[in-house]
Design a protein around this ligand. Structure first.
Ligand SMILES: Nc1ncnc2c1ncn2[C@@H]1O[C@H](COP(=O)(O)OP(=O)(O)OP(=O)(O)O)[C@@H](O)[C@H]1O
Ligand SMILES: [Mg+2]
Length: 310
């Protein structure tokens, strides 16, 4: 599998392509990283150095790849944090060029805007741009619960309303929605969840909440889920594998005492993703690192409505 990943790069820490590339390579994906900035560190520090790469220069790099004749080999275009307004057009143009060369390619968009704790941390025009132009062109999106709310102009909270918001997002264009950092009021204390919704159903996974915030966890999540899901089309399996790897990286990070996400895969899960977890509706399954994937909605073929199996 080949992924064209249009994202930022930092020297210190792991966000954007600096978070996504190694985990993808570790699971056997050939990555074509295209950088949108080359910063010393992520902007959460309030200070950073290094250049933004102009949209024209980013487009030049993609044109250069096109001239090598390899756009038809790309399976996934992946995009994340957009530092400026100009980059969206470059990404959408790249998606159009890749799909023209390979109609089976998908566009996976991580609509980065902010999170429930920090609020919105991108330029004011970006969320609107994402909602109106970028997300409608995506096949798969990976918002956190806060971003899902903005995109759909809803307030996802409990399972029911988060599913409804994900369906609204699916009506905007993308068939597959992965909602990260789902913090349902009714979840067990000390846990955090992720919810995947596709045409075939909906699955939720729960892990312990580790008492850290490591920037880049969402970027690793978007990259791994996009790759696993594109490879198999199996959302439950992709959810289990992704959560296992991310949980392990965060456990490693927490134990290391470092403030930045540790993306070196030392704990082995990146090397050997756990076996797939497929649950029957309502059942619980475990992977080696305590992730649990549960079916929350399954298609009932005799009934055009969805059957809720909570
Ligand atoms: N403290 C944590 N404990 C356990 N799991 C976590 C924690 N933080 C993140 N995760 C896992 O990583 C997934 C993605 O992280 P998150 O939702 O924070 O991404 P994000 O909001 O895009 O953040 P960022 O862009 O800073 O990486 C979550 O759904 C969750 O499964
Ligand atoms: Mg994110």
């Amino acid at each position: 599998m080949k992924i064209l990943s249009i994202q930022s790069a930092v020297a210190y820490g792991h966000v954007g392509n600096s978070a996504a590339v190694f985990p993808l390579q570790r699971i056997g994906v050939e990555v074509l990283p295209v950088y949108t900035v080359n910063f010393s560190n992520h902007t959460g520090y309030g200070a950073w150095r290094g250049p933004m790469i102009s949209p024209d220069d980013v487009r030049e790099v993609i044109t250069g790849i096109e001239e090598r004749g390899v756009l038809g080999e790309i399976d996934v275009v992946l995009s994340g944090y957009q530092g400026g307004e100009g980059i969206a057009d470059v990404i959408l143009d790249a998606v159009a060029r890749v799909k023209a060369a390979n109609p089976a390619a998908v566009y996976a968009c991580d609509p980065v805007m902010g999170n429930a704790k920090s609020g919105c941390f991108v330029a004011p025009a970006i969320p609107i741009l994402l909602r109106e132009r970028v997300v409608p062109a995506a096949d798969l999106i990976t918002p956190n619960q806060f971003e899902l709310g903005f995109l759909t102009e809803t307030e996802p909270g409990d399972l029911e309303s988060t599913l409804a918001s994900a369906d609204r997002a699916r009506q905007m264009g993308p068939r597959t929605v992965l909602v990260t950092s789902v913090e349902r009021p009714e979840r067990p204390e000390g846990t955090i969840e992720m919810l995947a919704v596709t045409d075939d159903g909906a699955w939720i996974v729960q892990t312990p909440h580790i008492p850290i915030k490591a920037n880049g966890s969402g970027d690793v999540t978007a990259a791994l889920f996009s790759a696993h899901f594109r490879a198999t089309g199996d959302a439950a399996d992709a959810l289990a594998r992704t959560t296992s790897s991310v949980f392990d990286l965060l456990t490693l990070t927490h134990g290391s005492g470092q403030r930045e996400l540790q993306a070196r895969g030392g704990a082995g899960v990146l090397r050997a993703p756990p076996d797939a977890v497929r649950s029957d509706p309502g059942s619980l399954s475990r992977t080696p690192c305590s992730t649990r994937v549960r079916v929350v909605r399954a298609r009932d073929d005799d009934n055009p409505r969805w059957a809720l199996a909570t």
